[in-house]
Ligand binder design. Structure first.
Ligand SMILES: C[S@@+](CC[C@H](N)C(=O)[O-])C[C@H]1O[C@@H](n2cnc3c(N)ncnc32)[C@H](O)[C@@H]1O
Length: 210
């Protein structure tokens, strides 16, 4: 494989930076109306997803791309410690206002310096399509997990529905980021996760154990 020139690498970095900036802009703009868009069925599906979580220990959880904290009421009931992270400061501002007892951080999950081997669960809910370098995000989650900890990626829709929604949108930061169940399973496997399980009903759920 030929070596990339510095200029080529710079262009790539700039494209990534631009996408992250646009993600922040998009979610900052939509933060104030985000909760209004949530349908009652979403909460029912969240309850189903949460009921699937079976761990050896419930010490601490990292809610990746937590938005306005939709999972906080459920996760904080079963875990001793909760941390939510989101790249959009306006989403985090609302999460903090709604749940003053929660720990919410503004940051990019891919680069944020968390303590390694620390979490029993890393969960990414309704957000994975927005991660541009998916293998990197999955490996990052794995590094942060304790042994026997789990990574869960879940959606309140079936995957083909999310892909359809994202394909239809005119917003260029979103439309390219499609995923299939097969690709996700492959990614979990390649990253060294074991006991990979999926559920594909009116919601989607995949888990792997470190
Ligand atoms: C569709 S929203 C879902 C938010 C929340 N999980 C929910 O279900 O309401 C996707 C979220 O991903 C966040 N996000 C995108 N890329 C991120 C990154 N690299 N690190 C942290 N958060 C990110 C966005 O800011 C946004 O809040």
């Amino acid at each position: 494989m030929r070596n990339e020139s510095v200029a080529e690498i710079k262009v790539k970095v700039n494209i990534k930076m631009k996408n992250k900036k646009e993600i922040i802009k998009f979610f900052n703009k939509n933060a104030s109306i985000w909760d209004l868009k949530e349908k009652p069925q979403t909460y029912k599906k969240i309850k189903k997803i949460i009921s699937k979580i079976k761990l050896k220990s419930y010490e601490n959880v990292c809610d990746v791309a937590c938005g306005t904290g939709i999972l906080y009421p459920y996760l904080s009931k079963i875990f001793k410690k909760y941390i939510g992270i989101d790249i959009s400061y306006k989403m985090i501002k609302i999460a903090k206002e709604k749940f003053p007892d929660g720990k919410f951080i503004t940051g990019d999950f891919d680069t944020y310096r968390f303590k390694k081997n620390n979490f029993n669960l890393v969960i990414i809910f309704n957000s994975f399509p927005h991660f541009e370098n998916k293998p990197k995000t999955i490996l990052k989650a794995k590094r942060l997990l304790k042994k026997d900890g789990k990574l869960i990626i879940a959606h309140s829709f079936k995957l083909d529905k999310i892909n359809k929604i994202h394909k239809k949108t005119k917003h260029h930061i979103i439309e390219k980021h499609l995923i299939t169940e097969k690709e996700l399973k492959e990614l979990f496997k390649k990253s060294g996760f074991e006991n990979i399980k999926t559920i594909h009903k009116d919601y989607f759920y995949i888990e792997g154990t470190k």
